[in-house]
Design a protein around this ligand. Structure first.
Ligand SMILES: [Zn+2]
Length: 102
């Protein structure tokens, strides 16, 4: 089976994807525009070429050492307020919650 595409949520409103034929890791933000039901990708994304992705992974330990607060960051979906539906729906970082504008 040939690889086609993979997308995964990395936290908040951000998703990362890799697609066959595109030699990059694409990070994109999604939100729910006012008056619309579903989530939409916003303009602009961060596309990192595969060789840049490899280099980024190599220096992650150095980045963590230089900025130790990054290691202790807790994503919104792992916080206590996301243990119930209302809390998650009110989250301003999640695609379905908070006040969303484009
Ligand atoms: Zn959230």
């Amino acid at each position: 089976m040939e690889f086609q595409s993979a997308t995964d949520k990395i936290g908040g409103r951000y998703y990362v994807s890799v697609t066959s034929g595109y030699y990059c890791v694409n990070t994109r933000k999604f939100l729910i525009p006012h008056g619309q039901a579903g989530i939409k990708a916003i303009r602009g994304s961060l596309a990192i070429r595969l060789r840049e992705w490899i280099n980024l992974k190599k220096i992650m330990a150095d980045i963590d050492s230089a900025h130790p607060t990054l290691v202790t960051v807790v994503p919104c979906f792992q916080r206590d307020d996301h243990m119930n539906q209302l809390g998650a729906l009110q989250c301003s970082e999640c695609p379905s919650g908070g006040v969303v504008t484009t």
